[in-house]
Design a protein around this ligand. Structure first.
Ligand SMILES: Nc1ncnc2c1ncn2[C@@H]1O[C@H](COP(=O)(O)OP(=O)(O)O)[C@@H](O)[C@H]1O
Ligand SMILES: [Mg+2]
Length: 153
């Protein structure tokens, strides 16, 4: 397993519903490290670039509107297997198909209002981090208690 960085953002429904704390807590409590974090309104340009892979799909226009419909909290998280690990914490894309314990199942009900985004692979993570953050917005440090999460610290 490798130390990875992943781009996570809390979509406007998470911010508007006051779920920023509970959702970030799930990621933080597992032991992942915040390397970057900011609150922003997503521009049309950023929304279209981020979701370019979905262009042409029936939900694309709604998705691009959804991410621009309120503030989002964007983060870079770091840790062993952080890309898949964060996505497992988030759960199924469609909250209805998930299971209790998953962020999307526990706090959401619909695929079009599923609260959170996580990069889906190393290449996507690198591209998305570069799209959302400038290099000097990434802060490198070791969390206190690292050796209590990792046996071979
Ligand atoms: N059928 C759909 N209807 C509405 N929104 C959708 C649908 N499929 C995907 N989406 C939205 O597009 C986002 C990106 O889709 P996808 O990359 O497949 O999922 P994930 O976010 O789990 O990686 C989803 O998180 C969701 O917000
Ligand atoms: Mg995806």
């Amino acid at each position: 397993m490798a130390v990875e960085r992943t781009l996570v953002f809390l979509k406007p429904d998470a911010v508007m519903r006051g779920l920023v704390g509970p959702i970030l807590n799930r990621l933080e409590a597992r032991g992942f490290t915040f390397v970057a974090m900011k609150l922003l309104h997503v521009s049309k340009e950023l929304a279209e670039k981020h979701y370019a892979i979905h262009k042409g799909k029936p939900f694309y226009d709604g998705l691009v509107r959804y991410v621009q419909s309120g503030p989002v909290v964007a983060c870079v998280l770091e840790g062993e297997d952080a890309i898949a690990g964060c996505r497992r914490l988030m759960g199924a894309t469609d909250p209805r198909k998930g299971a209790p314990g998953e962020i999307r199942f526990d706090y959401a009900q619909e695929i079009g209002r599923n609260l959170v985004h996580g990069s889906d692979g190393p290449q996507t993570a690198a591209t998305e981090i570069a799209l959302w953050f400038k290099p000097d917005e990434l802060v490198t440090y070791r969390r206190a208690g690292h050796e209590w999460v990792h046996e071979k610290a």
